[in-house]
Design a protein around this ligand. Structure first.
Ligand code: PLP
Length: 376
């Protein structure tokens, strides 16, 4: 099977698994326990925090709270800081943010404001700034879009947001950026969400990176772990595995970035242009290529490709309900419903091989041409 749905999840890193195995077989204790075994685990978790943070941020300024996933980190950010006035986000956000904004609207005490996208999937920064006023308390702009792959310059955006209203808390969803594209967080970014399973870690492990001086209320209450900011016994194995996976990813991030970019372009060059149009631009993340087989249904192509040994994603919600059938992100970029209906998301990992790419080209061209013939 050729696997090109790495933006959904990645294969867990086996080297990291070997290194972390002792946290299941030997050091399985409760990291909050007072005995030596517990204290040793706290010190291992401290090392993991330092590894995960130091790759993208200044440790004197930032800290991290472990969460159960990227979704929880996003929820924690929104519900801790969007409490009054208005909150601003973008039309490109993952549902982990957009559903929270929907909830703000339902609750009625915060006015949610949604910024439109440019044609390439980045947020329209001028429109974003025009939505920020004295009453804005919280702004969330995703770093890398999970459908079209557009990269927002979050440091520059955060700087301009703070220049307009210095009291705003600025959050970014970095789930598709962390461990994949090179960057360092500036001090204008207050909160940043990451997730393990997008970079070879395990599902069910994430973190909210935050500015140390920012006081945050807990979303999950109980035993007071994570300094009272996120209760629940820490998933020591999952966290250590995340840190080891991150070490591996960051050790060759730039080389991987270039190599994966080459593979993305080879794939695009090999696709039949009578069938496929490209929606992702070249300056987006190399890890995602969004194409559309215009006039065909992406979901049908996904199943046809699956039968031939290729796993890909669609950007759409895969629903027969007309309101949710089309990817809202693709529509927000200005593409029509026909284009949105034909979308296939091809997403890579550093483990993707040249053979995978050649195999994917053959299968995608075969299924695209076959379905086009059937539709005539
Ligand atoms: N944010 C983005 C941009 C994502 O792509 C995803 C997962 O697809 C999430 C948040 C949610 O992360 P998790 O699966 O860890 O909850």
């Amino acid at each position: 099977m050729i696997y090109l749905d790495n933006a959904a999840t990645t294969k867990p890193c086996i080297d990291a698994f070997r290194r972390a195995e002792r946290f299941i077989t030997e050091q399985f204790h409760n990291p909050s326990a007072l005995y030596d075994e517990g204290r040793q685990l706290q010190s291992e978790l401290k090392k993991a925090r330092s590894v995960l943070l130091s790759k993208v941020a200044d440790e004197t300024w930032f800290e991290c709270i472990f969460t159960s996933c990227g979704t929880e980190a996003d929820n924690h950010a929104v519900f801790s800081f969007a409490k009054r006035g208005n909150a601003v986000t973008t039309a490109g956000e993952h549902s982990a943010i957009s559903a929270c904004f929907h909830e703000l609207k339902n609750k009625g005490n915060v006015e949610p404001r949604i910024t439109p996208l440019l044609a390439d999937g980045r947020v329209d920064v001028e429109k974003l700034l025009s939505l920020i006023d004295d009453k804005t308390t919280f702004v969330s702009v995703m770093h890398v879009n999970n459908e079209i792959g557009a990269i927002n310059d979050i440091n520059a955006i955060a700087r301009r947001v703070k220049a307009k209203n210095p009291r705003v808390i600025f959050h970014s969803d970095g789930v598709q950026a962390y461990g994949k594209i090179p960057y360092r967080l500036s001090k204008d970014v207050d909160l940043y969400s990451i997730s393990a399973h997008k970079i070879g870690g395990l599902k069910g492990v994430g973190a909210l990176i935050k500015r140390k001086s920012l006081v945050i209320s807990p979303l999950v209450m109980g035993g007071g772990q994570e300094s009272g900011r996120r209760s629940g016994t820490e998933n020591t194995f999952g966290i250590m595995h995340f840190a080891y996976s991150a070490e591996k990813k960051f050790s060759c991030l730039k080389e991987d970035f270039e190599r994966v970019r080459g593979m993305r372009e080879t794939l695009w060059n090999g696709l039949d242009k009578d069938v496929y149009v490209r929606l992702s631009t070249e300056d987006g993340t190399p890890y995602i290529l969004l194409v559309s087989a215009k006039g065909l249904r992406g979901e049908v192509l996904l199943h046809m490709a699956n039968d031939k040994g290729l796993i890909v994603g669609t950007g759409s919600a895969c629903s027969s309900n007309a309101k949710t059938r089309y990817s809202k992100v693709v529509l927000a970029c200005g593409f029509d419903e026909k284009t949105a209906d034909g979308v296939l998301r091809l997403s890579f990992s550093p483990e993707t091989t040249k053979n995978d790419i050649q195999g994917a080209i053959t299968i995608l061209n075969e299924v695209g041409r076959e379905l086009a013939r059937r539709m005539k």
